[in-house]
Write a protein that binds this ligand. Structure first.
Ligand code: SF4
Length: 231
């Protein structure tokens, strides 16, 4: 399903062009001022970089986390630490069915048999419902993460949800992220220091080898590179 709003789409795309060379803080400042409480950040809790940036321009900003039921304990621990020490409002979304209920209904390990359906049930649909009250959401997408993300605009139109989608660090490199984390003491998922370059659900995430694409460890061998949240 898509949500067509030509005026809002044109405005978002215009903002994307105007903010292409702006800093992450300037982009988030524009978003916070434009959308106020109808703006949120989503976080996979791989790190808290975008949440940290957003809290600088909008203290207490909503940070939405999707708890699929399949996360590593380290990811849930990062979520809890972010909620405890940062000036943000962490909101945890969960799918309507627990993993046990999904297994009972559709059989065990749906992630191995049909990962697209598993992501649709445990990520895409819960996020659609969770974002219903917002007009704009920010993500940590970066152009250097993979070829599928190379064209990410800093501000664009999320056709599927009918919302403005903001990628304030789209132009950053991994080196920029590392420098920001070091400079500001930003919380990061401990798995990043344990061979994982990108952290998702435990059954669908493996460590990467030196020189591999950062997202090579996601759904490895299953012909899938994205969960569907950013399609
Ligand atoms: Fe399911 Fe894997 Fe998608 Fe998580 S990443 S929702 S376990 S298929």
């Amino acid at each position: 399903m898509t949500v067509t709003d030509p005026g809002a789409r044109a405005a978002a795309e215009r903002a994307g062009r105007e903010l292409e060379d702006a800093s992450a803080l300037e982009i988030l400042g524009w978003a916070a001022e434009t959308f106020q409480e109808q703006f949120c950040v989503t976080s996979s809790m791989e790190d808290a970089v975008v949440a940290h940036l957003a809290a600088r321009v909008r203290p207490g900003v909503d940070v939405v986390f999707l708890d699929t039921g399949y996360h590593f304990p380290e990811t849930l621990g990062t979520r809890d630490a972010v909620a405890a020490v940062m000036d943000v409002n962490v909101i945890t979304l969960a799918p309507p069915r627990t993993v046990a209920e999904q297994d009972a209904e559709l059989g065990p390990a749906l992630h191995d048999r049909d990962p697209d359906r598993c992501c649709a049930l445990r990520k895409v649909e819960p996020l659609r419902r969770g974002l219903a009250g917002y007009r704009a959401w920010a993500t940590g997408l970066r152009r250097d993460e993979s070829p599928t993300r190379a064209g990410t605009p800093v501000v664009g139109w999320d056709e599927r949800r009918g919302k403005v989608k903001i990628a304030p660090i789209a132009r950053w490199t991994q080196r920029d992220v590392d420098a920001y984390v070091a400079e500001h003491g930003v919380l990061t998922n401990p798995l990043l220091d344990d061979g994982y370059a990108s952290v998702g659900c435990a059954p669908c995430t493996r460590r990467v080898a030196a020189g591999e694409d950062a997202r090579a460890g996601r759904w490895a061998g299953r012909g899938k590179t994205e969960c569907g949240l950013h399609g």
